[in-house]
Structures are given as C-alpha cells and as structure tokens.
Design a protein around this ligand. Structure first.
Ligand code: ZN
Ligand code: ZN
Length: 387
C-alpha cells in the first residue's frame, strides 16, 4: 500500500490527527525551477471518503506553476478518498504541467516570432485568451449557427517541432488530422477544427431540438461532445438514444427503452412496428420518435417530475453510486432494473434497494433465491432475487 511519504518524501504530517501535511514537493525534470516547492495541505476531513473542503496553500513558485489548474485540483480533491490518492493526482498534474510549460529560461526567440506570426495568420480578434508566457492560448471559432467553440491549445517549449496539446468539445468519434511539424501551425489547426465543426452542424441541431423539446434526464448538463441522450417518456419509462455524428438523422443504432416493463412494453411494440412506418431521415430524430411512439414527448413544462424521472422510488436516485476503485474515478452506477408489475403503479427500483427494503420487512418471505413481498407504494405482490 502506497503512503503519502512515498509520493512526496519531504511532505510530512503537520499534526497528530492527520488533518494537515506540510513540506516540500520534489519535482523531477523541473528545468531551472527550484526543485523543492513548499506546500501545506490542511483541514483534511477525517471521513476518508473525499478531501473536499481541504485547504491547499502553495509557495509563490508553486502557485505560478499551478496557475489555471485550480478547478482541476479542486475536483481531484473531491474525488480523492484519501491523502495518498490526492498526492498521486497532484503529482500527475505537476508532471503534465512540467511537460507542457516552457522551462524558465525563455525558449529561443524563434518560438515567439513564429507564434506571433501564426496568431497574425489566425487573426488576433479570434484569440480568446493568451497565457502571459505564451505557453497556452484559447481560440474562438464561431459556427454557421452562431455557436461559439473554444479551442484550448497548450504549446510545449519545443513547439512547433513538438505537437501542441489541443482540447475542444467534439464527439469522440470525430478524428482530426495528426499534427505535422512544418505545417502552417495554428492556422491548420483552426482550419481542421472549423471543418469538423461545420460537419457537425446537423448533429448539434438535432440534439439541441431534443434538449429543447423533450425532457432530457441524462446527461444532466450535455456538452457538445455528448451524442447520446436519455429522454423521459412518462410512466417511469425513458429512452436512451445515441446519434451518429455523421448521419444524425438516420435511425439511431442505440435506441433502448428503460424502466418498468409494464410501461416499456407498449412503447417497444410501437418502435418495432416501425417497419410499417419507417424512420424518415428528412425529419428530426425527435419528430420521428413522436411519430413512431404516437405521442408528444413530455417536457419539463408539460409534465410532473414524479412521473418522469425513472429514478428508483426507494433511494430517489437514478444511478446507484458505486465505490470508486482505488486510484480510479467512480463509475456510472447501475440504473433501476426492477419495477412493480402493477401497471397502475409500475414504479422502478434498483434491485439492491428493493432487496434491502423487502428483507427489512417482517411480512416478506423467502423461498430459495427469491424474496416475496409487497411493493412499497401499492402493496401489490413484488419479487426480487435474494442475491
Ligand atoms: Zn435505489
Ligand atoms: Zn407498486
């Protein structure tokens, strides 16, 4: 088992109860940076579930180095179950930064003249942000529908021979040409992204129509990289669909009904019967769904939340939280997979929640691997496997 001391040997506990650590971070490959940078971590919560709320103080050199990463560090703190995990995350962040930040000796003057002329080509008016030492910049791309896209570019010291690190909100299916040293640099980069963004216009139009005209349950805050949506159909039933970024108006490959069988079965039958009235690629996906399901999709304006969510009616969550694996992020928990068989109730439950609920009731019986009991809402008979 790794200990904090193995990650940062010069950072030591600063009190007896283990809520504060202080010392020097030793950095390999730190260029001319002083290789030991002071830090202090205090107010570490003792719950050992997350470091949320802990306070990180840094020397000036260290905070200069971490500039712009404050949100990431805060998020990692929230995700880290203990100090060791957080130190590992912090070391990863520092490793990445040191790789992409230029060393303190300035890069050759050609780096600056080259970069300035590349920004001239792109247009200074499209520059959304520029890091003081020119090691990172954001470029704004406005698309035909007036959406703003921000291209975040980090430049390694060896740029343009070494490839820049680029992040943009694009679906993962979108592949961009690899970096070519000696190409027209930023201008090429922007052009490739403009082409990709232009090709995704209809995808975003279809998804925005769903976001506006349906009740999207997941993702809670869709980004332009998300091509799937889980939309509410009412009656504790929802539909998961994933659009093809290249052909967003064709019938989605993923079209999965979730929720109680009583509510989902008639919907499934209508989708299957779609052979008689096939998917019409000239219409929006939402219009096709409404036509095939023979219903207007519920929206937040037209429906009551308790009928919509598909959340488990015992724990009131959709995803049952899972314990994060050591060093990994919490995976998406399981969705409700049980439901009351009474069509007028049809409430969804997580198997685990229903099992715990029924096991706690004296009226429940167990026979072999099945627990027989009553639905917590309508008291009609309900069963769940015991393990
Ligand atoms: Zn539950
Ligand atoms: Zn029921």
């Amino acid at each position: 088992m790794t200990t904090p001391a193995e990650i940062f040997p010069l950072v030591v506990p600063a009190n007896e109860d283990g809520t504060a650590f202080e010392g020097f971070l030793t950095l390999p490959k730190a260029g001319s940076l002083r290789t030991a940078l002071w830090m202090r971590l205090s107010d570490v919560p003792l719950s050992h579930k997350s470091l949320q709320g802990a306070k990180l103080e840094c020397s000036r050199e260290l905070s200069d180095l971490l500039e712009g990463c404050e949100d990431t560090i805060e998020a990692r703190m929230g995700d880290s179950p203990d100090v060791t995990s957080f130190f590992l995350e912090l070391r990863n962040i520092l490793d990445k930064l040191l790789r992409f930040r230029p060393p303190l000796e300035p890069p050759p003057s050609s780096f600056y003249t080259g970069l300035i002329s590349e920004i001239d080509d792109v247009g200074w008016e499209r520059l959304d942000w520029l890091c003081l030492n020119l090691s990172a910049l954001h470029i704004r791309i406005c698309d035909a529908a007036g959406r703003d896209h921000i291209l975040k570019v980090q430049l390694p010291a060896a740029y343009p021979e070494a490839a820049p690190l680029v992040t943009a909100q694009l679906p993962e299916q979108v592949k961009l040409p690899p970096w070519q040293p000696g190409s027209s640099g930023l201008q090429d980069l922007v052009r490739h992204h403009e082409l990709a963004i232009a090709s995704l216009q209809d995808l975003w139009a279809c998804l925005e129509d769903l976001d506006r005209e349906a009740w999207v349950l997941e993702p809670e805050k869709p980004t332009r990289a998300d091509v799937s949506r889980r939309i509410a159909l009412g009656g504790h039933c929802s539909l998961l669909l994933e659009l093809d970024p290249e052909r967003p108006r064709t019938r989605p490959a993923e079209l999965r009904l979730l929720g109680s069988e009583a509510a989902a079965a008639p919907m499934r039958a209508r989708l299957r019967a779609a052979d008689a009235a096939p998917w019409d690629a000239s219409m929006l996906p939402r219009e096709n769904l409404e036509r095939l399901l023979q219903m207007k999709l519920p929206t937040r304006a037209t429906s009551a939340p308790d009928d919509i969510s598909g959340d488990c009616c015992i724990c009131y969550a959709y995803r049952l939280p899972t314990e994060p694996a050591v060093g990994g992020a919490a995976s998406l928990g399981e969705a409700p997979d049980q439901s009351c068989g009474n069509p007028r109730c049809a409430r969804p439950f997580h198997g685990r929640c229903l099992r715990e609920w029924l096991q706690a009731l004296p009226t429940s019986r167990r026979s072999f691997n099945t627990i027989f009991g009553e639905c917590p809402y309508c008291s009609q008979p309900i069963t769940v496997t015991a393990s």
